[in-house]
Design a protein around this ligand. Structure first.
Ligand code: ADP
Ligand code: SF4
Length: 683
């Protein structure tokens, strides 16, 4: 094993947090994983893997203190009754098994949750419209008795957390998702009693809860305060920055740990399209100057040098991570073992957030095992060994699916040949990474190619388009086709069952044309019936190249799926900044010379838009001709064994292709039922 680079020693210093001590400075901050009380085995397996990977602290996600709190239907954890202790305790035990501290983020969601499942009334400092929800309800302003109850719920939940053997108990006041933040913020708190009005009054409840929790469990558990030190909003919020600093000044040494970030989630978990690594530093850098307690902060840190810099410059004591720990649970161990080149760096795509926003189990573009640790028994680092290591596997296509398949088969020990028709690795990503703001996505390619190039049992060939005859001639024991997909040129998609009239005209282009280098000029209509990033990325590219761009979308807002990735607000601003005109809820009926005919979806009203060129971003189709040809050849005996993966089955987002590449590589000679036996060493 290689040695740790001494430059990174500082990251492995132990740090005291109140009554407990972390073995190092790697801190997996609380983050949602879309696993609720009914998936606790999955939740435990997810967190255990991070502890195994070397994180000093591993936290559970927001954990409700009372039935009036929740983000239904998002599955989250709870400690609202004694019966929840037995369910949460295995997580703390699993984390302890590997020497990490276990934290739990005790939460009351207040008016950010609808209390929908419990059929109650959302609690708030102030009666009014609840935020983050469209339900036809209003919040209930808490009276003094409610406040007393709330304080008791926090204490009861903290005591349960201690009984479940958690080491760090959180008081949560962040992301605009917390009743305590609702009381703290003048934007939401309109009370006139001693819990509202002045800063001291708005701070009162947070101060009381912190003190209550410390009194209740502070002898054995560290009490952390997670605070949004700044509310970043499109409309500026009065005093938020000043208030954030004053909270830290007022409560400086009250919590045992400050976990600081910016609010709300789209600003905290900023995607790489709009935020750099370490982007929160200007907002949190004052905290350590004010408190003597340790400080944890996040910023999509994947570079050990950036981490060391945060510590040495006195910005943070702990390197907080949600996404970097999702993408690479073994990040700390890789740095510790001098394998930092092997870190599976988060690409900042926020597909992990999208799964949570869709109320489902977390997934990750870079790490196919995320969320599959229990259900599929997938491990981020270990894969089942080859059953017959002398067997050869040919993988055709070096996009995300083919690269992941080849890497996993290589790790398993097979003799792998990876072949691609293109001049560089990456498939769709070889071109997409050159679109505006998408360069970090190229890490999906670079990580895998870097590892594959070091594997003695893997051979890689570019510039080699294979036909069925070539494949048969190569006589591999197993063939995996990963030939990807192509954007449709005829406009069919969500809104069009039949080809669009005029789609075959010379001035109509597909995303593939533009990514292949085709330059356009004049007035360009980019038509989005796909609803994720492609249309907006192309619109921005064209506008930067000098075109007058109109984005016509069939949705009611640009790139609506980007709402799930916390990007929709940023996407609209980016388009606005480069002068893209946005036309929503509109369908193209026909494309003619110098114009397109459209109608507004809501009213049916027709109109025409000027267009020298039209780019159709509607749907992709699978490039499965080679697979079908090989299937036909199989009847004659070759190839002996055949499978396919990724976009060549059905084009989807990149996370799907990576996951399927992993799946297809594990499927070979090891059907699902056998994997767990292999992983546990019984095979
Ligand atoms: P996925 O997302 O499923 O990995 P991509 O479209 O990103 O799919 O990648 C598919 C890759 O397959 C592309 O790089 C393409 O050049 C390659 N490819 C397609 N057909 C062939 C073929 N017949 N021979 C070799 N490579 C091919
Ligand atoms: Fe990072 Fe994307 Fe994985 Fe989330 S899904 S952890 S943003 S690579």
């Amino acid at each position: 094993m290689t040695q740790r680079d001494p430059r990174y020693d500082i990251l492995f210093e132990s740090v005291r947090i109140g009554p407990v001590t972390s073995r190092n400075r790697f801190y997996q901050t609380p983050h949602a994983i879309g696993m609720g009380p009914h998936q606790h085995d999955e939740m435990v397996a997810f967190r255990r893997t991070r502890a195994e990977g070397g994180w000093g602290v591993v936290c559970a996600e927001e954990t409700m203190i009372h039935p009036t709190s929740g983000h239904d239907p998002l599955p989250v954890q709870r400690l609202w009754s004694d019966s929840d202790i037995a369910r949460m305790a295995p997580m703390a035990a699993a984390v302890h098994e590997f020497g990490a501290l276990a934290g739990v983020e005790l939460t009351h969601t207040g008016s950010s949750g609808a209390a929908w499942e419990q059929r109650g009334y959302p609690l708030s400092s102030t009666a009014g419209s609840p935020r983050l929800q469209f339900n036809p309800i209003t919040t209930r302003a808490m009276d003094k008795r409610d406040i007393a109850h709330f304080r008791r719920w926090y204490v009861d939940a903290a005591v349960r957390a201690r009984k479940a053997d958690f080491d760090i108990v959180y008081v949560y006041c962040a992301h605009d998702l917390s009743l305590l933040q609702d009381f703290l913020t003048s934007r939401t708190n309109k009370r006139t009693d001693d819990y509202g009005g002045s800063f001291a009054n708005r701070l009162r409840l947070l101060r009381e809860v912190l003190s209550d929790v410390k009194d209740a469990v502070g002898d054995r558990c560290a009490v952390a305060l997670r605070l949004a030190v700044e509310e970043r909003r499109w409309q500026s919020s009065l005093n938020s920055r000043e208030d954030g600093r004053r909270v830290v000044e007022e409560l400086a040494d009250v919590p045992d740990l400050w976990d600081v970030n910016v609010s709300d989630w789209q600003w905290d978990s900023g995607s790489s399209r709009f935020f750099e690594e370490g982007h929160q530093e200007p907002f949190v850098d004052f905290v350590k100057k004010v408190t003597s307690r340790p400080v944890v902060g996040v910023g999509r840190f994947t570079s050990p040098d950036a981490m060391v810099s945060q510590i040495r410059r006195g910005i943070l004591d702990f390197i907080g991570a949600a996404r970097p720990s999702i993408a690479d649970p073994f990040l700390p161990r890789k740095i510790d073992e001098g394998r930092h080149d092997e870190i599976r760096e988060c690409i900042g795509c926020n597909v992990c957030a999208a799964e949570v926003m869709n109320y489902t189990r977390i997934r990750c573009t870079q790490n196919p095992s995320a969320g599959e640790e229990h259900r599929m028994r997938w491990h981020p680092e270990r894969v089942p060994a080859a059953v017959n290591a002398d067997r050869s596997v040919l993988v055709i296509g070096g996009g995300p699916a083919g690269l992941e398949a080849a890497l996993t088969l290589g790790k398993r020990g097979y003799r792998v040949s990876l072949v691609d028709a293109g001049r560089e690795w990456g498939g769709r990503l070889a071109r997409e990474r050159r679109l505006p703001r998408l360069s970090a996505w190229g890490r999906v390619v670079d990580h895998r190619v870097g590892l594959l190039q070091c594997m003695a049992n893997v051979e890689m060939y570019l510039d080699s388009r294979l036909e069925a005859d070539d494949v048969v001639d190569m006589a591999a024991d197993h063939v995996i086709v990963a030939t990807g997909g192509t954007w449709r040129r005829d406009g069919t998609g969500r809104s069009h069952d039949e080809p669009l009239p005029g789609a075959d005209a010379v001035q109509v282009f597909s995303p593939d044309d533009l990514m292949d280098g085709r330059r356009l000029g004049g007035r360009v209509v980019v038509y989005d019936d796909d609803h994720y990033y492609m249309a907006c990325a192309l619109a921005e590219k064209l506008a930067r190249e000098g075109c007058h761009v109109t984005l016509v979308t069939t949705a009611t807002a640009p790139a609506p799926w980007s709402f799930n990735t916390l990007e929709s607000g940023h996407v609209v601003r980016a388009l606005f900044e480069v002068g893209v005109e946005i036309v929503v809820d509109t369908v193209i009926d026909a494309i003619g010379a110098s114009r397109v005919q459209v109608h507004e979806r809501l009213t049916g009203k027709p109109r025409e838009l000027a267009a020298d060129a039209v780019v159709l971003v509607t749907c992709q189709s699978a490039d499965d001709a080679l697979y079908r040809a090989l299937l036909a050849r199989q009847e004659a005996g070759e190839p002996r064994s055949l499978d396919r993966t990724g976009d060549c089955i059905a084009p989807a987002f990149i996370a799907q292709a990576v996951r399927d590449g992993h799946r297809v590589a594990l499927d070979y000679e090891a059907p699902f039922a056998d994997w767990s036996a292999t992983l546990t060493g019984s095979r």
